[in-house]
Design a protein around this ligand. Structure first.
Ligand code: HEM
Length: 376
């Protein structure tokens, strides 16, 4: 594997950025530019995904080694309150730019997310939003700090990139059609609080409140967003992220599935652990999360689809439904990822294949059949 030292990286970044303007189509480049770029490609070392935590019990994570420091003007934050919080406490580099293995470690350390679930989220995100060549991903918007991009149509947009991982019907963010879909939205959060008061036990955000709010967000987007898209893989992330706060944002000493609104605001708005916050008492993975997702789906079933104009939801039953986990894995790889990397070669192909292996290793427990977009 070709390697580039991190000391040399800044020089390479500037050379390559001058060579390949972001977002420009391949058709806009001369053959000489393409050849120069391919000849210049090197890839950063790609470490194996971290294994499970050794010490995987309950733990104070709002500790003195991880003080809350709000992001500085150049630090990047994005649509995920879970990761933003970890960055504000230094579990993720405070810049908001990290390697995938750093993210896996951070979500295990900070919340006790199970190792396979962490790998599933992270390598999925990296393949559609990260830079496979430099092995860096932004938890916020696109940035030069993830290094020189592969050629378009690769985007390397960071987690804020709409339509890759980030999508419509978020709990506390606007749909992209209406504005900044990565930013906290006070009006949506008011509804989050109101639904918790009406539907949740002890006026908390629990699984009942989650089911009603998930339904509400979809209905709201159907009625207002002419460009709503609610198909795989977004349907899976939307439902999982609806369940996450009832688990991971609840202090592990309490661990009763009931998130109070003050703690919810701390995570969603300030991106800060509540004072003395403890993570989950044991790793939480697919066996806990999937039944909860099913539970909220059953309260308000839906068929994947998209709006063709306001209040005109066209169902797309031919796309993978929420229950088809392996279908969604395939969709991520064969449709979403390959749209950005239709015909990779050389070190880029090598890097993509390594990350595809990492993603598949995280879904193996579901007995999915591995797909190979670039051959075996
Ligand atoms: C492990 C890697 C993770 C990645 C790559 C990731 C990525 C994302 C992305 C891209 C979104 C935006 C989706 C959208 O609403 O459009 C999101 C939302 C969200 N994430 Fe994460 N996330 C990760 C882990 C976590 C963890 C560990 C938690 C909880 C502790 C979490 C909690 C949430 C929640 C609650 C939302 C929904 C925000 C909303 O709808 O307002 N995430 N995440």
């Amino acid at each position: 594997m070709a390697k580039v030292s991190f000391v040399l990286l800044p020089v390479f970044v500037h050379v390559a950025l001058a060579l390949i303007p972001s977002y420009e189509s391949l058709a806009g480049l001369t053959q000489k530019q393409v050849d120069q770029f391919i000849a210049g490609i090197t890839i950063s070392p790609i470490p194996n995904p971290p294994g499970p935590l050794v010490d995987d019990g309950i733990k104070l994570v709002d500790d003195s080694d991880h003080p809350f420091i709000p992001p500085g003007p150049n630090d990047l934050r994005g649509p995920c309150p879970g990761l933003n919080t970890l960055a504000n406490h230094g579990y993720i580099p405070r810049s908001g730019v990290a390697t995938p293995d750093q993210l896996v470690t951070a979500v295990m350390e900070g919340y006790n997310l199970g190792n396979d679930y962490a790998r599933f989220l992270v390598y999925q995100a990296h393949l559609v939003d990260g830079n496979p060549l430099t092995n860096l991903i932004s938890i916020g918007r696109k940035t030069w700090r993830t290094g020189p991009d592969p050629l378009p149509p690769a985007i390397v947009g960071g987690l804020s990139q709409h339509g890759t991982f980030e999508g419509d019907t978020s709990l506390t963010r606007l749909d992209d059609y209406f504005g900044n879909s990565a930013a906290f939205n006070e009006q949506h959060f008011s509804e989050f609080a109101a639904f918790s008061i009406v539907f949740g036990a002890n006026k908390t955000y629990d699984i009942n409140a989650a089911a009603e709010l998930r339904h509400r967000r979809l209905q709201d987007s159907i009625q207002t967003n002419p460009e709503l898209s609610f198909v795989a893989p977004r349907i899976l992330s939307a439902f999982s992220e609806t369940v996450f706060p009832t688990i991971f944002f609840v202090d592990g000493r309490l661990n009763n599935g009931q998130l109070d609104i003050q703690a919810a605001r701390s995570f969603f708005h300030t991106n800060q652990f509540p004072h003395h916050f403890h993570r989950q008492p044991a790793p939480v993975s697919f066996p806990t999360i999937e039944p909860l997702v099913e539970q909220i789906f059953k309260k308000h079933p839906f068929v994947p689809g998209m709006n063709k104009g306001v209040n005109n939801y066209i169902e797309m039953p031919e796309t993978p439904p929420l229950s088809d986990f392996c279908g969604i894995y395939e969709d991520i790889v064969m449709r979403v990822m390959t749209a950005q990397y239709p015909d990779p070669s050389g070190p880029l192909l090598e890097a993509l294949n390594i990350n595809l292996e990492f993603l598949f290793s995280a879904v193996e427990g579901h007995n999915c059949i591995q797909v190979f977009p670039y051959g075996q």
